[in-house]
Design a protein around this ligand. Sequence first.
Ligand code: SAH
Length: 585
Amino acid sequence: MIGLFAVTAAGRRAAAELAGRLGPEALVADGPIGPAVRRLWDHLDAAVFFLASGATIRLVAPLLRDERTDPGIVSVDEAQRFAIALTGGHDGAANALAEQVADVLDCAPVTTTAPETTGTTALDELVDQLDATVDGDLPACGGAILDGAPVLLVNPHGFPLPALPPNVGTEVVGPLWTVVIDDRRPTEQEERTLRLIPRTLVVGVGSARGVSRTAVTETIARLDSERGLDPRAIRAFATADLKAEEAGILDAVQDLGFWHSSDGGDELSLLTYSSEVLAGVAVPNPSEVVRREAGTPSVAEASALHAAAELAYGAPVELVADKIKGENVTVAAARIRPRGRLAIVGLGPGAPDLRTPRADAELRRASVVVGLDRHLDQIRHLLRPGTEERGTPLGADDARAVEAVELAERGRAVVLIGSGDAGVFAMASPALEKADVDIEVVGVPGVTAALSASALLGAPLGHDHALISLSDLHTPWEVIERRIRAAAESDLVVCFYNPRSRNLHWQLGRALEVLAEHRPATTPVGAVRQASRADQTVWCAPITEFDPADVDMLTTVVVGSSQSTVVGRRMVTPSGHRWMADDAG
Ligand code: SAH
């Protein structure tokens, strides 16, 4: 949607004219401008303000989050002489809009970015996400992608990739540019090729005492010259504990870190392992001589493989260069292979500013997003164009969670979304029950309903508390009631999730009865419906007066402990430092 905002009569006339020309996507906002902008912000792909640029900046500044996802903002001055591209809009969208508006209003477009520096492009983000070193003309290749030129992507190791622009793909015919993601050197000179070198390699080094820095450096260089491995792909070095202070190795590692890290200053780490650990690693070229001297039949191969496995957190590793012998030194390299990626992302209670920036970043890494339809609706505008959506109506969520794992197992970049925190009474558990080490899993926490409700109610969670779901979908009522009773007896504050629906109408009343047996009649019960959403409602009543009929499935109910009180209409559970200290004394 393109929002058109105006305050003066002339502005409104121009907005109406522009809307007519921009088509059904354009909407002229009515009412006071500030609230209108805030209300529509999440739905905007772009916005035009018939307002001084200073006033426009003040209006939108508090709403800007991330240049990759913010709407493109254009301001048009009162005299309609200029259409100024101010900010936002992915891939130069604000510039394009300024040109379009200028065209319609017959005024001058003002853009202040060169096409190759419009901020972050899909390619920049890819480089970032892969943590890769770039070899080649990044701006030129990025420019070609923006221009819609065919770009071939070569990804032999199968890194999970985000949704890419439609002109970039693995089966493009007649490409103008080629982007290669690889830790190996090209075999021949390549024209118009951009190499992205991910840090996949771990180099193992073994040596005799007193080895020279030159000997180590030269032998490591043979990984490049003889085995075709790109030294910029080295993530770390490894050796035996006995060699942790070996000057020749330490100096060589420092040199390589200096020459090959992306900013010329990164230190590459040298990981060391005991002989016993290294002796336990199966290697292709064990040596009896080495075993007698070092207590392990392999240092270079074994330490490379072992360190790679340690850094891989379960990803598969392979020896890509078996032992190379130099002067008093041996070198080998192992590769950490990429895996499919499943990010489990909590979206928070609903308000966009209660969703974390990290959640947004993960959404932009996805090639496919899995979740409930209504949660997808919340974040669709953040997704890269071309991101596949697998939405589910309420109910079928467990099957969908399993599907998310299967997609990651096929090597894709998957995001599984849930409201609040995706791990709290949500899809993370059914997903991870089915997942194994063959996929990478990344969790992004979200503000769960208990926390958004508690912030609205006051400070009801100041002391020990429990979260209990009243849904008997997965848990028999006897078990739920037993847990409520235990919470009642131990005087915990209790937050009820899934408190009441048509099929779940008597449970909350029963739960409150059980709790009331163990706490005073004045115990406050707070409820929040639709926290942080448009029709948010917050209320509180003593436990004996609280009416479960006011509650529905969109509500979280927080029952105080015997210590909870109401102060200034806010629910407070004392944090209890004092009585804990008394107990201790
Ligand atoms: N993963 C979610 C909870 C899913 S269970 C989270 O961490 O918040 C669904 C229940 O969460 C609802 O029945 C309701 O009790 C609670 N809930 C979720 N969002 C809410 C909101 N915005 N306001 C109040 N309660 C909410």
